[in-house]
Ligand binder design. Structure first.
Ligand code: PGA
Ligand code: ZN
Length: 428
């Protein structure tokens, strides 16, 4: 039973304040959990409560959320059974009472929701992934490694946000990780040789001075080959366009700003994706259209949904209401899962259940603002998602997840399964 619920302000990977919860049980077991924070957020995400006192941490302090845990949430949870996640989350949701968790703050609620799961897993003596996923939790996810960071995550003159390598052809997670890391190192050498810059962005990917998606994927192909891997056999590629950031609602036009000033309507953007998919072995495009451009999303799904994974991030915000609408309108064919977009673990599970039931693929994801907390690594295995997006291969906020997946794979031993089928990566 829960004896004590504590909270404090700690710092995330961008040096911004975030919330850590700490829960103690009456048998002496305790655990902590830290919530992440996005930069290219969807407008329908659950609310991240900040103090907005501009004189301190630029207004980003989370004292109110911390206070809400200590004074509002803690009294309600004392004496409750930590293994009853659904009941705890129900209490948290009811206590907040708002649709978007704006009363207590989704950062307050999620910190507690995650922390309860972790302390309960410890109490019953199970690794977190097994506690959450049961005996069926055996799938190690393919890493979608964001080796080139653009958009709002870096200063590179790239308007699209993420250029990922996907080691689908590897025999195991451990080997997939090695493919990815060797490509990361090869890319660094190439960028040095070409004097394109080896500075990094928020997710640990390089931020080179190249100004087109074509050039970015060209570099990834070059690095893949330099590292000794075959594109379209060992390694594939993925894009997160984060198109919401480019969209102007009034004119219904996508505007590139960082590379060169170009304006595109939805159908032209689709043509650009088609061109990239012809030239490179792309398997997945995330947020190819903006969250409010459902017409564009419909076109995109009709034209590319048969051959490519189309992932809804800002579009669905891990929320089953938006996913339901997407399913009804036949929009996208996969969903990105970010726990802080919806705010509790139970709601996250409900969204994933709905996605799987309707044949939508699931990719578990970090945020651009992360911490050393590896929760999502366990979550990805628990959900048998088969895919995880947790950045590049430097910065310990990203590596903490990869390292945890290595431990889980070792623990599962021969029972571990790696990855999913995507595109023509494996025989159907
Ligand atoms: P964010 O970026 O965490 O800044 O929202 C990640 C993404 O768009 O997938
Ligand atoms: Zn995204």
């Amino acid at each position: 039973l829960i004896r004590k619920v504590l909270a404090r302000q700690v710092l995330d990977s961008r040096g911004n304040p975030t919330v850590e919860a700490e829960i103690h049980l009456d048998n002496g077991i305790s655990a902590t959990a830290i919530v992440p924070s996005g930069a290219s957020t969807g407008s329908h995400e659950a609310l991240e409560l900040r103090d907005n006192d501009k004189s301190r941490y630029g207004g980003k302090e989370v004292g109110k959320a911390v206070h809400n845990i200590k004074s509002r949430i803690a009294p309600e949870l004392i004496g409750k059974d930590a293994t009853d996640q659904a009941e705890i989350d129900r209490i948290l949701i009811a206590l907040d009472g708002s649709k978007n968790k704006s009363v207590l703050g989704a950062n307050a609620i999620l910190a507690v929701s995650l922390c309860v799961a972790r302390v309960a897993a410890k109490a019953v003596g199970l690794p977190l992934f097994k506690y959450l996923g049961g005996a069926q939790a055996i799938t190690l996810p393919v890493p979608f490694a964001n080796l080139i960071n653009g958009g709002v995550h870096s200063d590179a003159p790239l308007d699209f946000q993420e250029f990922m390598v996907v080691p689908l052809g590897a025999p195991s997670f451990k080997e997939g990780l090695r493919y990815g890391v060797e490509i990361f190192h090869a890319l660094k050498t190439i960028l040095q040789e070409k004097k394109l810059g080896t500075g990094i962005g928020d997710e640990g990917g390089f931020a080179p001075s190249v100004a087109s998606a074509d050039q970015a994927f060209g570099l990834l192909m070059e690095a893949t080959e330099k590292a000794g891997y075959k594109p379209a056999k060992d390694v594939f590629y993925a894009l997160d366009a984060a198109a919401t950031e480019l969209y102007d609602q009034n004119s219904k036009v996508y505007g590139f700003k960082k590379s060169q000033p170009i304006q595109l309507i939805s159908s032209h953007l689709i043509e650009l994706y088609q061109e990239l998919a012809r030239k490179y072995p792309l398997v997945s495009i995330e947020d190819g259209m903006a969250e409010n451009d459902w017409e564009g999303w419909k076109q995109l799904t009709q034209q590319l949904g048969g051959t490519l994974q189309l992932v809804g991030d800002d579009l669905f915000v891990t929320n089953k209401e938006f996913l339901k609408k997407g399913i009804e309108e036949k929009i996208a064919n996969a969903i990105l899962i970010k726990v802080n977009q919806v705010g509790t673990l139970t709601e996250t599970f409900q969204t994933v259940e709905m996605a799987k039931k309707h044949g939508y693929r699931v990719m578990v994801s970090h945020r651009s603002g992360e911490s050393e907390d590896p929760f999502i690594a366990d979550l990805a295995v628990a959900l048998n998602a088969g895919q995880i997006k947790t950045g590049s291969f430097c910065r310990s906020d990203r590596l903490s997840k990869y390292n945890q997946l290595l431990r889980i794979e070792e623990l599962l031993g021969e029972n571990a399964v790696y990855g999913i089928k995507l595109g023509d990566s494996k025989d159907d």
